[in-house]
Design a protein around this ligand. Structure first.
Ligand code: ADP
Ligand code: MG
Length: 248
């Protein structure tokens, strides 16, 4: 479903991604782990095109984009919006629209990107809110929702665009510990339903349970990748071992 080849990105002199290659099968779940600053968020942002890579290529579903010298121009804004919708992104800090209710947040992209009529968007949004356990809170604004509830709205909002893949960037890192479980439960359900997912997480136990593949990154390179049980329980590379030792 996702094929990344030789992806590179630098910010000024700072080379943040160096020749990253990665494959995610349809329905596969890949967990990206690694120290802060290793390029995990940049990689996710490149898949969603919030950040434009300098070189390499990314295929998501049937759509391939190549970057760098000699590559075709990037899609026009309208097609770019469709591409972004196909790679639903969930951020650490939710990024909900504060002036809209939970329902409004979920409806927004359906009306503006998918061009659904408001009545259809509303019905679909309510069903999605129900799916993340928030049907009763549809009319609340974000400032009256807990962090866990906000994040579940953000997940529903991404799902509303019918993404082919879901990208989660430390979706539970900003939450109080007692609220982490409700968000992980929604993510696990999505994975069980066959959603293709790439997640950056510090929840090693969750990665071990839900991910098929774990990728350990450091300094913009993939140091070690493989089946979750192998990378987490029996890492080969010293850097992976040192990193995981912190979580035991
Ligand atoms: P991680 O998510 O693994 O913590 P990031 O992808 O956020 O890592 O960052 C990797 C490196 O890229 C860091 O050195 C960070 O400072 C740098 N970086 C990320 N985004 C930008 C940006 N927009 N402009 C300049 N430097 C950036
Ligand atoms: Mg990050």
């Amino acid at each position: 479903m996702i094929e990344i080849q030789r992806l590179s990105k630098r910010f000024g002199d700072n080379v943040v991604l160096k020749d990253i290659s990665l494959r995610v099968d349809q329905g596969g779940v890949v967990a990206l782990i690694g120290p802060s600053g290793s390029g995990k968020s940049t990689l996710l942002r490149c898949i969603n095109l919030l950040t434009v890579p300098d070189g390499g290529s990314i295929r998501v579903g049937a759509r391939t984009l190549a970057f760098g010298a000699g590559a075709p121009a990037l899609p026009r804004p309208r097609e770019l919006a469709a591409y972004r919708a196909g790679t639903g992104m969930v951020f650490q800090h939710f990024n909900l629209f504060p002036h809209m209710t939970a329902l409004g947040n979920v409806m927004e992209g359906m009306v503006t990107v998918r061009k659904l009529d408001p009545a259809t968007a509303r019905t679909t949004a309510l069903a999605l809110l129900d799916r993340v356990g928030l049907a009763a809170l549809a009319e609340r604004h974000p400032d009256r929702l807990s962090g866990g509830q906000k994040q579940r709205v953000a997940i529903a909002r991404a799902l509303a665009l019918r993404p082919e893949v879901m990208l989660f960037d430390e979706a539970t890192s900003a939450l109080d510990p007692e609220l982490v479980g409700e968000v992980l439960a929604v993510m696990k359900t999505l994975a069980d339903e066959g959603m293709t997912m790439v997640l950056v997480t510090h929840e090693v136990a969750f990665a071990r349970e839900v991910a098929d593949q774990v990728v350990f990154m450091r300094d913009g390179v993939v140091v070690e990748a493989g089946p979750a049980a192998q990378v987490i329980d029996a890492p080969v590379e010293p850097a992976t071992r040192a990193f995981l030792a912190r979580f035991n």
